[in-house]
Design a binder for this molecule. Structure first.
Ligand SMILES: [Zn+2]
Length: 352
């Protein structure tokens, strides 16, 4: 596992499903609470970490939105984003497309300029200082109304040409994609890339709606699509990318254990699957941790891991010109590991 672990760390990867609010480490949360004079229900960062026990998506979102209360100023969004991108860069991430849901902040009176400009400034600095490419995906909350989503869109239009795209997240069950059909039509009219969370806890039909009614470019999670073999076959054929977050699914009890996770079934069905961290601070697992734990659980070898990383680079909202150097580097790394070790030593379980 040691060689494979190092291989994973160096492999050029795209992180396509990560929420900046979910990158708020306990220590930074406490630092910002003090700076902004926000009262917290936990006595220490350690006490907060001890509260990272979730029964489902809803119980997680309660803590996640509570954490959002400490983010008040432009500098806070800058620090949150810059810190995450530094960790991602160290983890071998070459492209990060990050969700942020401004509605949590603007409803508390935080100016939209502070939210967007702090985040974009951190992304520009990370690109210049570390060479990591980053994009912002503005996420609307599905438990709010479609009118709220349109108001969000209006508020971020001044930055429209600096965004990577738009997403849809939050409490899934009871808030089907069809609720946002007109909103997504408007995003397409504006030429924006789109994704939606679907089929995390919600049924396969939500995945179908996201594809057919919203016209998304990627499905976030989508693991329940497998419940509908016809849909699965259609999405495999269409090469629809799925941004799967295995450790998140286990932590939120969507699946019983990593060994039970449908990742191998998704791959066997021919779906285009990428691995992602979702909320690395709260799940205490980075993108590379997701690769490492999946390698272990499913006995994935270097070629399979490189295949997942290549899928992430191909599904990223990048031009072919931006994508190509990363795919070439990935191919070179796979060739080097193959030359250095016999096939049986490249297995995920070997030496573990
Ligand atoms: Zn998510």
């Amino acid at each position: 596992m040691t060689n494979l672990s190092a291989f994973i760390g160096q492999l050029p990867k795209a992180e396509l499903h990560v929420h900046l609010e979910g990158c708020l480490e306990a220590e930074l949360l406490f630092e910002l609470a003090e700076r902004n004079d926000v009262a917290l229900p936990w006595r220490s960062a350690a006490a907060l970490r001890a509260a990272y026990q979730f029964d489902d998506l809803q119980s997680f979102l309660a803590l996640y939105f509570q954490g959002c209360q400490v983010l008040r100023r432009e500098q806070d969004f800058y620090q949150l984003t810059r810190d995450y991108l530094a960790r991602a860069h160290a983890d071998g991430v070459v492209r990060a497309e990050c969700f942020l849901g401004p509605q949590s902040f603007t409803e508390q009176g935080v100016p939209i300029q502070a939210v967007i400009e702090g985040t974009l400034r951190a992304m520009a600095d990370a690109e210049r200082e570390d060479g990591i490419s980053a994009g912002l995906l503005v996420s609307a909350h599905r438990h709010r109304s479609e009118a709220d989503a349109f108001a969000l869109l209006d508020s971020v239009l001044p930055w429209a040409d600096q965004l990577a795209g738009f997403g849809l997240g939050g409490a899934e069950v009871g808030n089907p994609p069809e609720k946002f059909t007109r909103y997504f039509a408007e995003l397409h009219r504006l030429g924006q890339a789109t994704t939606a969370h679907a089929g995390e806890e919600g049924p396969a039909d939500y995945v179908r709606q996201a594809v057919e009614l919203l016209g998304v470019d990627r499905i976030d999670h989508g693991i329940r699509a497998l419940d509908d073999p016809q849909l699965t076959a259609e999405l495999a054929q269409a090469k629809m990318p799925f941004t799967v977050c295995p450790i998140s699914n286990v932590k939120l009890q969507g699946v019983e254990s990593l060994a039970q996770h449908p990742l191998p079934r998704m791959l066997a069905a021919g779906l285009t699957v990428t691995l992602n961290s979702d909320d690395p601070a709260y799940f205490e697992s980075s993108l590379a941790d997701n690769y490492r734990q999946c390698a272990q659980a499913f006995d994935l070898d270097a070629a399979a891991l490189a295949g997942l990383a290549a899928a992430s680079l191909r599904a990223a909202f990048l031009s072919d010109e931006q994508r190509e150097p990363h795919l070439s580097e990935l191919a070179a790394q796979l060739a080097a590991v193959r030359a250095a070790a016999p096939a049986e030593q490249q297995s995920g379980r070997a030496g573990a």
